[in-house]
Design a binder for this molecule. Structure first.
Ligand code: ASP
Ligand code: MG
Length: 401
């Protein structure tokens, strides 16, 4: 007998028919003699609809009340799923994060799970009930409901799997696994049988929208056996694990992100402490910086260019301009139509030809690279936003055709 966590995303529970389908998958797993813990997202577009409802009432609601509202979506799903299982004669119980005791930080809208009380769930599993838990939510030290950030149900599922040392955590979605790139853009993208945590983490944070990246971080930290698979078709998905079977000869995938802005501070003084001042200012305002490039100083001035999320551009420009007197730059240049294309693969370190093949693909497609950034298992290029899709196709063809 194993303990299996099964998480179903919004599209997998969007209506009565899909909920019955999910209940059948759960029932099958349970009737094989497993303990089953289920984690659900809100149905379909419920979370977006709730946000729209809030906006009709108040354009700037407090984050606490927003969480109070958004957490209701998942509560609907778990109750309906429990009813579907009841109708099949199966013992089950639905629980909110508050009832379980999924303790989180207070940061409404972006809370982190700190600790999960094992008692209630343990008791239910010991009585052979299927336990159905709301994803995406927690409860803070005051007892207030929090949410974990958009897409956070994956993280709830992995956190529960880690806390109960589950044998397997299955993430069911409407795609049947992790692909070498977005199959809607590149029809011959291939499904990966398996991928390492690190590769998945890089892909998730570089814009591949299969898994919430914090869920992958947690899975890696606690060695949770993860599998991404379809709730609509019964076939094997993609396994996410520590090491993959064979020595890798190719990259795992190509990801894109088109929500980027680039900022350049031109004519900075070439003295110690300038970079510190700039990035300290941004970090104090919770602005995440991704790629940073500093030009070689010429005479006594230098330029620093960096990228941020597009939503932070206005605030960043205001902050920098407000501090022009202390930062001593000549002027700012910015562009909010930047995209990033990345390739990810665990075998990079030992294969120097990979980068040149990527650049060759871009050269052949006539695409200009603005900035380049690498990690041990990733190479990213920053491009004009309009070149992104073409770049993904060209690079994917180079490595996989
Ligand atoms: N319902 C939440 C959202 O749409 C959480 C999730 O789906 O994982 O972001
Ligand atoms: Mg959702």
């Amino acid at each position: 007998m194993s303990l299996i966590v099964q998480k179903f995303g919004g599209s997998s529970v969007r209506d009565a028919e899909r909920i019955r389908n999910v209940a059948r998958i759960i029932a099958e797993t349970y009737l094989k003699g497993n303990d089953v813990m289920v984690v659900l997202s809100a149905q379909g577009d419920t979370t977006d609809d709730l946000i729209a409802k809030a906006e009709e009432i108040n354009r700037h609601p407090s984050k606490r009340e927003m969480d109070m509202l958004l957490a209701t979506g998942e509560q609907i799903s778990v109750a309906l799923c429990a009813m579907a299982l009841e109708a099949m004669g199966l013992p089950c119980v639905s629980l909110t994060a508050w009832q379980v005791g999924i303790h989180s930080t207070t940061q409404h809208g972006d809370a982190r799970i700190k600790l999960i009380d094992p008692d209630r769930i343990r008791m239910e599993l010991d009585s052979h009930r299927i336990v159905i838990v709301t994803g995406f939510q927690g409860v803070d030290k005051r007892g207030d409901v929090t949410t974990l950030g958009r897409g956070g149900s994956d993280t709830s599922a992995v956190a529960l799997a880690a806390a109960f040392r589950a044998d397997l955590c299955q993430i069911f979605t409407d795609v049947d696994g992790v692909y070498t790139t977005d199959p809607r853009l590149v029809p011959n993208a291939r499904k990966l049988e398996e991928i390492t945590y690190d590769e998945m983490l890089e892909l998730a944070s570089q814009g591949a929208q299969v898994l919430h990246n914090r869920s992958v971080e947690l899975a890696k930290k606690f060695r949770v056996n993860l599998e991404v698979l379809s709730s609509l078709e019964r076939k094997p998905g993609t396994k996410v694990k520590e090491v993959t079977k064979v020595e890798k000869t190719n990259i795992a995938g190509v990801a894109k992100d088109t929500s980027i802005a680039r900022v350049a501070l031109v004519g900075l003084e070439h003295t110690p402490g300038i970079a510190f001042q700039i990035f300290d200012l941004l970090s104090r305002h919770n602005i995440n910086v991704d790629v940073i490039l500093q030009s070689i100083g010429r005479e006594d001035s230098k330029d620093i260019t960096f990228t941020i999320h597009r939503k932070d551009l206005d605030e960043t420009l205001d902050l920098l301009n407000d501090n022009k007197a202390t930062l001593h730059f000549d002027h700012i240049e910015s562009d909010d139509h930047i995209g990033k294309v990345s390739i990810v693969g665990a075998g990079f370190m030992s294969n120097c030809g990979i980068a040149s093949r990527m650049f060759e693909a871009l050269y052949e497609a006539g695409i200009n690279i603005q900035m380049i950034n690498t990690s041990e298992i990733r190479i990213s290029v920053l491009l004009n936003e309009e070149d992104v899709n073409r770049a993904v196709k060209a690079i994917h063809a180079k490595f996989f055709d």
